[in-house]
Design a protein around this ligand. Structure first.
Ligand code: ZN
Ligand code: ZN
Length: 375
């Protein structure tokens, strides 16, 4: 057992600003050694993602106390029994759905939908069962099998992808959530064709990654939609051809008018019902709406039923970008190395673990795409 410095969330829905309410405390936890099929990793960089914020603000309920964080990269320190393809010193990216390799979705080549992986993530345990973090006699839960806001973590071998050692950790971390989710939605879930027209609704880390994926895939027109003017500027910089502010009540009409009736593929990444309404509204006749959003489990979405039939629209969900992480992370990294997927442009700010509450206040402003904790 080792002692580790970790950021622990004990209570959700604290009032903002978090710099004052301080819902996350830096604590010294006890970390068990890796069990069968598990790995001890020293985390070197971890990003603040909106789905961590959703646990903090209570819109995504999770069992507490919990060590949050899921977009991260680090170094293997020790491997448990049964781990034969990783060794101490290897550089790894964390993946936020561990896959068992045996359930029906895993057998169908869709590890993002792994059933035991989803169950252990919901329970706050590792896929091997139980937790490895303790605060004296109390168990501290894992966030989606990763819990990256900690100097060291124990996770399943199947929550890790080995990568080359020549890329800085803060850039590698982005591939674990923003890039596989955003680029994967475009390349895997929608599988867009060269020359397609695309819109992105919601320009956080995932939306901007989807935008870069659309550029890399040769989209002929890329419309960016958000409520934040700074994000719209950023989208233009990254290759958006048109930008629209969704605070405008007639934004759907504006986009439809500007694009001759909407776009082939529209990606909604905000996880908010009004954003999905805009996305569906600006999907053209015969087009496809893809969502990566993770809203509160009770939120319902309704739409005019007849449009699905008479306009032959398609609705698709996209989780972890429909990725096979061990296949897709290396190919996305090679596109990055060739300059065709400049995801490092999402890096907005670097902070220390102690500044995590202030960091989530900054993320909530919507002005920062990716804020990274460097260890
Ligand atoms: Zn994320
Ligand atoms: Zn599985």
């Amino acid at each position: 057992m080792v002692k580790v410095k970790s950021a622990v969330l004990r209570k959700s829905a604290a009032p903002a600003p978090y710099a004052e309410s301080r819902p996350i405390q830096i604590e010294t936890l006890e970390l068990d050694p890796p069990e069968y099929g598990e790995v001890l990793v020293e985390i070197k960089a971890a990003s603040l993602c909106h789905s961590d914020l959703s646990v903090i603000d209570g819109s995504r309920p999770r069992p507490l106390p919990m060590v949050l964080g899921h977009e991260a990269a680090g170094i293997v320190k020790e491997v448990g029994e049964g781990v034969t393809d990783l060794k101490p010193g290897d550089h790894v990216i964390c993946v936020f759905v561990p896959s068992c390799g045996h359930c029906v979705p895993c057998r169908e080549g869709r590890p993002a939908l792994c059933e035991p992986g989803a169950a252990s993530n919901a329970a706050g345990t590792l896929i091997g069962g139980g937790v490895r973090f303790h605060a004296e006699d109390e168990e501290v839960n894992h966030h989606v099998g990763v819990s990256a806001f900690s100097e060291h973590v124990v996770l399943s071998r199947n929550s890790l992808v080995k990568v080359d050692k020549d890329i800085p950790f803060e850039k590698l971390a982005l591939f674990g959530c923003a890039v596989i989710t955003g680029v994967g939605a475009v390349i895997n879930t929608a599988n867009i064709k060269l020359g397609s027209t695309v819109a992105i609704v919601g320009l956080g880390g995932i939306g901007l990654s989807a935008l870069l994926g659309a550029v890399a895939s040769g989209a002929s027109r890329i419309v960016a939609v958000d409520i934040n003017e700074n994000k719209l500027e950023k989208a233009k910089e990254l290759g958006a051809t048109d930008v629209f502010n969704s605070r405008d009540p007639d934004v759907v009409e504006q986009v439809r008018n500007a694009t001759g009736g909407g776009l082939d593929y529209v990606f909604e990444t905000a996880g908010a019902v009004p954003a999905l309404e805009v996305a569906y509204g600006i999907t053209k006749r015969g087009g496809t709406t893809v969502t990566t959003g993770l809203p509160h489990p009770e939120h319902q979405f309704s739409f005019p039923y007849v449009t699905l039939t008479a306009e032959e629209k398609t609705f698709k969900g996209s989780y972890v970008g429909s990725c096979v992480p061990s296949r897709d992370i290396p190919r996305f990294i090679s596109l990055f190395e060739q300059g065709r997927l400049p995801v490092d442009k999402l890096l907005a700010k670097t902070i220390s673990l102690e500044e995590i509450n202030e960091g989530f206040d900054l993320l909530a402003t919507g002005d920062y795409s990716r804020i990274i904790i460097k260890f």
